[in-house]
Ligand binder design. Structure first.
Ligand code: IPM
Ligand code: MG
Length: 350
């Protein structure tokens, strides 16, 4: 059985996944690792970003680690064949509805943020983004011609009680192991789905999680509070679209998008999908300067959440901290190390 299925994908994906292989060879030599084509790479080979074979292999593995997908090369591919569509298909096919996006400020990087040191130093927040519903998947959607000329674009934001409840449960459970606070972000002031979101979270809290502090915040205010005083947050739970936006903002608090891993989880026992939250970065692809730490830390999350190897995960996390404390920096962090040299620094620290 495959322990870890690697989907290097496009752009800097293969470069950062190569460093994960290096780290895995040093840390967990007996892990059964396979690789499959995905994204634009798969489109070039098979005419589709996600083949049935790759999806089946993903569902059969214990964990899946993706590099990145997309790039200008596939911008004019039919919409349902674009690399991003493959990613949405993978998330929904694996039913990984809860996306954990930690924003953690490593001590040696407190000055790498564009925000003042005192705002971000010691930051440790977890965004739980709903990943398989909402406007990303809601029907109807499309662009249609209007009879009198012009066109109309439609997306549908839709959430059911069950979808809101299962992702909120993940947030409450996580909070209990952390600082015991959940902030739920929605737009209940203008959206019906936001109102339902708020009611369902409130209700679940009353029924099962009254010991956890719960706060509701409008998503626009949450964006402002994230840059004003991010340390007020412990766990933030939010929908697919707001989670996409708020997690990019949270990422920058930590100094670089190149540092942030993520874990997408489904029901207990099902394989998790791990991805660095950075994209394929076509502007720097192939230059060997991408920061591999988001991918390496995504591997760390896979060890912890899907592969039942928390000791190795602890060792890897400590090695990343040590490499950073020793001054290891790729260009996004203001340094000069290549992607491979950063991988070597982590292996050396191991
Ligand atoms: C992310 C990305 C994806 C998303 C894109 C690449 C489809 O921005 O994982 O945050 O919007 O979910
Ligand atoms: Mg995003």
């Amino acid at each position: 059985m495959t322990d870890l299925l690697l989907l290097p994908g496009d752009g800097i994906g293969p470069e950062v996944i190569a460093e994960v292989r290096k780290v895995a060879a040093a840390l967990t030599p007996n892990l059964a690792i396979e690789e499959a084509p995905f994204g634009g790479k798969s489109f070039d080979l098979h005419g589709t970003p996600l083949t049935d074979e790759t999806l089946a292999a993903a569902k059969a593995a214990k964990a899946v680690l993706m590099g990145a997908v997309g790039g200008p090369k596939w911008a004019s591919a039919p919409r349902d064949k674009r690399p991003e569509a493959g990613l949405l298909g993978l998330r929904s096919g694996m039913q990984v509805f809860a996306n954990l996006r930690p924003a953690l400020c490593f001590q040696p990087l407190a000055d790498a943020s564009t925000l003042k040191r005192e705002v971000v130093e010691g930051l440790d927040l977890m965004i739980v983004r709903e990943l398989t519903g909402g406007v990303y998947f809601g029907q109807p959607r499309g662009i249609e011609d209007l009879p009198g000329g012009g066109r109309r674009g439609i997306d549908t934001q839709v959430y059911t009680t069950a979808e809101i409840e299962r992702v909120s449960r993940v947030a409450f459970e996580l909070a209990r192991g952390r600082r015991n606070k959940v902030t739920s972000a929605e737009k209940s002031n203008v959206m019906e789905s936001g109102l339902l979101w708020r009611e369902v979270v409130e209700d679940l809290h009353k029924r099962e999680y009254a010991d956890v502090t719960l706060e509701h915040m409008l998503a626009d205010n949450a964006a402002m509070q994230l840059v004003k005083n991010p340390k007020q947050f412990d766990v933030m739970v939010t929908d697919n679209l707001f989670g996409d936006i708020l997690s990019d903002a949270a990422a920058q608090l930590t100094g670089s998008l190149g540092m942030l891993p993520s874990a997408a989880l489904g029901v207990p026992g099902a394989p998790g999908l791990y991805e660095p939250i950075h994209g394929s970065a076509p502007d720097i692809a192939g230059q060997g300067i991408a920061n591999p730490l988001a991918a390496i830390l995504s591997f760390e999350m896979a060890l912890r959440w899907s592969l039942e190897r928390s000791d190795e995960a602890d060792r890897l996390f400590a090695a990343v901290e040590k490499a950073l404390a020793g001054g290891a920096r790729t260009p996004d962090l203001g340094g000069k190390l290549t992607t491979a040299a950063m991988g070597d620094a982590v292996v050396a620290a191991l």
